[in-house]
Design a protein around this ligand. Structure first.
Ligand code: ADP
Ligand code: MG
Length: 388
């Protein structure tokens, strides 16, 4: 196990600058996530941590010591990729034992270690089956067992469960988290899936175009995003972003959104930039939809009129998409509500649910005061069901 520090790491491939001046720390024993869209530089950062790539600038420290000129073996790294590299003709036992045989451990010790790690990963009954005859999920467990059996300083996981089907992914998320907790091995997982990052990691780094956007706990990132990109990327349902203009006019309780006029709560104009523009954001779980004209007192809320584009039943909530002028908004409402396509409605966003972002820089000017509970319940739902 090790604590890890990245200081001003850069990586260029010719003219492509894949990673730009990235710095963060990973604590000993932490489960850390690298999250971002495809091409944002996650794998490149992971490969530099592992010693498979050399930074073009900056330094990487393990327990305070620079490791740039150390090989993956010397750093004692274990890696698991999306496509595992098991030997298909060898049994699970032979695959898992392999790194210990290379390290010339005595046979009895190898057998004990393999038995222990197989127990942890629920694959003890598969040890004598050939890797080539296993399902994708079983193979990935064997690959993880092989990585862990050497007791690495750092476990590097690059999209290890991305290709598995939804239910199996949900199950393996939980298993990986339990396993990481039990072993306490410092671990870094690369993923483009915010749900994986949110459910598994202690803290994560969110990247965009090679630039680190924010480092924090899933709660920090979900509820205190530094900019609208982070707010939009991190969440089960994408946050609604509404660009407003004309906030500097005489009537400061209305603004323009495209062609439409929008009623605003008293607090919002104070957050507008000098150009009278801003972007407001609200998570679907915090947005309500009501039949046109039935909304009660909405003085302390943003109210928009529109028509239902579609209402989708998610089982424990109804996801309603509303078209308001040029803008499309989503709301998660109780599952027993009912809306018809094209029905005229009002969208109501309470003041305490509003994020405010700078229109020019995307930087957050204000966080929502009340954060959601609905989206969290929806995330843990399928996982809970499956693990039972
Ligand atoms: P991610 O894992 O977030 O999808 P990567 O780290 O794989 O992103 O890639 C980041 C950027 O660096 C991309 O633009 C990618 O095309 C580029 N890149 C990655 N590896 C190489 C390479 N070996 N040669 C050239 N460009 C690369
Ligand atoms: Mg990648």
């Amino acid at each position: 196990m090790a604590s890890i520090t990245l200081q001003n790491i850069n990586k260029s491939y010719g003219l492509v600058q894949a990673v730009k001046d990235v710095s963060f720390e990973i604590a000993d024993g932490e489960f850390f996530g690298l999250l971002g869209p495809s091409g944002s530089g996650k794998t490149t950062v992971l490969r530099m941590l592992a010693g498979l790539e050399h930074p073009t600038g900056g330094s990487i420290l393990f327990d305070g010591r620079a490791v740039e000129d150390r090989s993956p073996q010397e750093r004692n790294i274990a890696m698991v990729f999306e496509s595992n590299a098991l030997y298909p003709h060898m049994s699970a036992r032979q695959n898992i034992s392999y790194p210990l045989k290379i390290a010339k451990l005595p046979a009895a010790q190898i057998a004990a270690k393999v038995g222990e790690v197989a127990q942890m990963l629920n694959i003890a009954h598969l040890l004598d089956r050939r890797a080539g005859q296993m399902s994708g999920g079983q193979q990935q467990r064997v690959a993880i067992a092989r990585a862990l059996v050497r007791q690495p300083n750092l476990l590097c996981l690059d999209e290890p469960i991305a290709h598995l089907d939804t239910l199996l992914r949900a199950r393996l998320r939980g298993e990986l988290k339990r396993l990481q907790r039990a072993l306490g091995t410092t671990s870094v997982i690369v993923t483009h899936d915010p749900i994986e990052a949110m459910t598994m990691t202690d803290r994560l780094a969110l990247m965009r175009d090679g630039v680190l956007q924010q480092v924090g706990t899933p709660d920090d990132i979900h509820n205190r995003p530094v900019n609208s990109f982070v707010a939009q990327f991190f969440g089960l349902h994408s946050i609604n972003l509404l660009p407003l203009s004309d906030l500097s006019g005489t009537d400061r309780h209305t603004a323009r959104m495209g062609e439409a006029e929008v009623a605003l709560p008293a607090s919002v104009p104070g957050d507008a930039g000098p150009d009278g523009r801003l972007v407001i954001g609200a998570r679907p779980s915090q947005v309500d939809v009501q039949r046109r004209g039935t909304a009660s007192d909405t003085r302390d809320a943003v109210r928009l009129s529109g028509r239902v584009y579609v209402a989708e039943q998610l089982g424990d909530a109804l996801l309603v998409t509303v078209q308001s002028g040029e803008t499309s908004l989503q709301a998660l409402v109780p599952h027993d509500r009912d809306f018809a396509i094209d029905e005229p409605v009002d969208v109501v966003i309470p003041d305490e649910a509003l994020f405010v972002f700078d229109a020019a820089t995307q930087a957050t000017r204000r966080f929502a005061r009340q954060t959601s509970t609905v989206s969290r319940a929806a995330i843990s739902g399928p996982e809970r069901l499956w693990v039972m």
